[in-house]
Design a protein around this ligand. Structure first.
Ligand code: C2E
Ligand code: CA
Ligand code: CA
Length: 553
């Protein structure tokens, strides 16, 4: 009875709930056996050493055998009486000592095993999102490849879905890493809601996530519908610092064994598909295709080559004169970046600046531009009375907390006073900007830089915000200039912008002036200055210097 009870209780305590019914069965069984074949004292004496040992085997790591040992000993004493107790106690104590020792040893062994398993589990978990991490991803991927290798039929296989958040770095830079982490956590939670029997989610890098869909029929359809659901979820607004932010994701899908014959190339191909989704405009999914569009390959090559472009002497600055409308004199110039790529030739900044803004490449390029402009203006100043040079600064640069300090260092090194440099910021950047951005602009202005608002009129600035910005110049966007001489609405917009600037005490410059009639309209409306092909295209330094010299002579 006692043995049955202890066994039952041990099993009950030692096993997970679904096995607990075994404890009841074991109790009944042992009780029945004990009842049918009752042992006398001699038999018990023969086997009692074995009982705790038996427990050790059945329940390794349990401390129950100690209790059993004591229980048996107590039962003995009870049944044989105090008189014979001392004989038995001696043997019993031996058993208990041996059992206790074995128990404690096996208890610690099990404990260590459990801890090892916990460590293993932790080493497979991403600390931030709680999703499985890259290590687990790789193991599972190899496992899936092994499993699918021999059984896949046509249309069957497993899918790898590669997810990259669009514009995550911008949020990280503008709002800080803590907010970035918060966003990743929220993304992780949303992705986790898709995990299940067939789908598993992983965080494989900074803002990169992945899904593996287990092998099945119609795998492409499954991957497609999962990607659609992920995109829907991922683009819902995220609540960060009490505000709502929207981001999108680009997804690449590759299927094994249809698209690749091993795990490594499957990863690369899902990546390529993801790049295709990015190159096609982001916020979408794309399947790997053997004949990847030239666009994707170009995007990847440009992305990689851009990091080395400055080092390889492939970058240069062209200068487009800024001209006073009344006097027709060049008083400044905009530095426009040019990249000569060995394979693709001239690559437009409209294309490569976007790529550079995807990561920190833009910071290096921005530094190069500032440095080069500082060097060049010394030459321009030597041959003319040009006031300053304007450089374009992108949102990511402005969000860099050391931006102002870095710029100061560059200027000091090149012996270039801040009023020689004007900084062009696009309107869209400033309008979506946080207080931090405005702070940076204030610092720049205090330091003596002049600031202009580029592409003005394209981002529906709120007028109240405009009044608060520490800017000096409004650049009227080319799209209004284009038809200001033929389209009355555009003419009125140009007039309104110029009046607005005058009321706010700002200077105006019109961009992209190509014809004399456009210039006449701008002049009659009181626009202060202009840039455009009518006067000159952006020029390499030597040609720009010729222009400056002609003007001085
Ligand atoms: P943006 O700052 O608005 O520069 C004006 C663009 O219009 C330049 O294109 C210029 O060449 C072009 N343009 C000027 N006048 C005319 C004209 O009369 N007609 C026409 N059709 N176009 C004209 P570009 O040089 O290709 O630069 C494109 C954009 O790339 C720039 O737009 C600017 O946002 C960006 N970018 C250029 N250089 C840099 C740079 O150093 N740093 C950053 N962050 N962005 C840059
Ligand atoms: Ca500009
Ligand atoms: Ca512009």
């Amino acid at each position: 009875m006692l043995f049955a009870l202890t066994t039952g209780a041990s099993y009950f305590l030692e096993h997970p709930p679904h096995k607990k019914f075994l404890s009841i069965i074991s109790f009944i069984l042992i009780f029945a056996i004990g009842h049918l074949f009752p042992l006398d004292i001699e038999d018990i004496e023969e086997i009692y050493i074995g009982i705790p040992i038996l427990y050790l085997l059945i329940f390794p790591g349990s401390l129950w055998p100690i209790a059993v040992g004591f229980a048996i000993l107590t039962a003995y004493m009870h049944s044989v009486g105090i008189a014979e107790m001392f004989d038995i106690v001696e043997d019993g104590l031996e058993v208990i000592v041996i059992t206790t020792f074995a128990c404690v040893m096996s208890f610690y062994q099990q404990q260590t095993k459990r801890q090892m398993m916990q460590f293993r589990e932790e080493s497979y978990t991403d600390y931030l999102t709680g999703l499985s991490n890259r290590k687990k991803f790789q193991e599972f991927l190899y496992h899936q490849v092994d499993k699918t290798k021999h059984i896949a039929k046509a249309g069957e296989g497993f899918a790898l879905i590669n997810i990259d958040l669009d514009g995550f770095k911008k949020i990280n830079d503008q709002l800080g890493h803590q907010v970035g982490d918060q966003l990743l956590k929220q993304v992780g939670r949303r992705l986790e809601s898709f995990t299940g029997k067939d789908y598993s989610a992983y965080r494989v890098g900074g803002d990169e996530f992945a899904f593996i869909i287990k092998s099945s029929k119609n795998i492409a359809n499954k991957a497609q519908s999962l990607s659609e659901s992920i995109l829907k979820q991922a683009t819902k607004p995220y609540e960060l610092t009490d505000k709502k932010y929207k981001i999108s994701a680009s997804i690449g899908i590759a299927i094994y064994p249809q698209d690749a014959f091993d795990a490594e190339s499957l990863v690369v191909r899902a990546d390529l598909a993801m790049y295709k989704a990015k190159a096609e405009g982001k916020g979408r999914y794309s399947f790997y295709q053997q004949k990847l569009t030239e666009k994707t390959i170009r995007y990847r090559e440009l992305e990689a080559d851009l990091k080395l472009a400055a080092q390889r002497d492939q970058l240069s600055l062209y200068y487009q004169p800024k001209v006073d409308i009344q006097t027709g004199k060049i008083f400044s110039a905009e530095a426009l970046l040019r990249w000569h790529h060995p394979k693709y030739g001239h690559v437009s900044p409209f294309e490569f600046i976007k790529i550079a803004e995807e990561d920190d490449t833009i910071l290096d390029i921005g530094r190069w531009v500032a440095e080069q402009a500082c060097k060049d203006i010394h030459h321009f100043k030597a041959i003319s009375d040009i006031e300053n040079i304007a450089i374009n600064v992108s949102a990511r640069q402005l969000a860099d907390i050391d931006f102002v300090d870095k710029l100061k260092v560059i200027l000091a090194k090149q012996k270039c006073p801040p009023h020689w440099i004007e900084i062009e910021q696009t309107e869209s950047v400033l309008m979506q900007s946080t207080q931090d951005n405005i702070e940076v602009l204030k610092q720049l202005k205090e330091h003596g830089f002049s600031l202009s608002l580029d592409d003005f009129g394209t981002s529906y600035s709120s007028l109240s915000q405009l009044g608060n910005l520490p800017i000096d110049i409004l650049k009227i966007d080319k799209r209004f200039v284009d038809h200001c001489d033929t389209n009355n609405k555009d003419h009125m917009i140009v007039r309104t912008i110029i009046q607005l600037a005058q009321n706010l005490g700002l200077r105006t410059i019109a961009e992209g002036v190509e014809t004399q009639p456009q210039l006449e309209v701008l002049k009659s409306e009181g626009c202060a200055s202009y840039q455009g092909y009518l006067f000159s295209k952006p020029l390499p330094t030597d040609e720009f210097e010729v222009l400056l010299k002609v003007q001085t002579d």
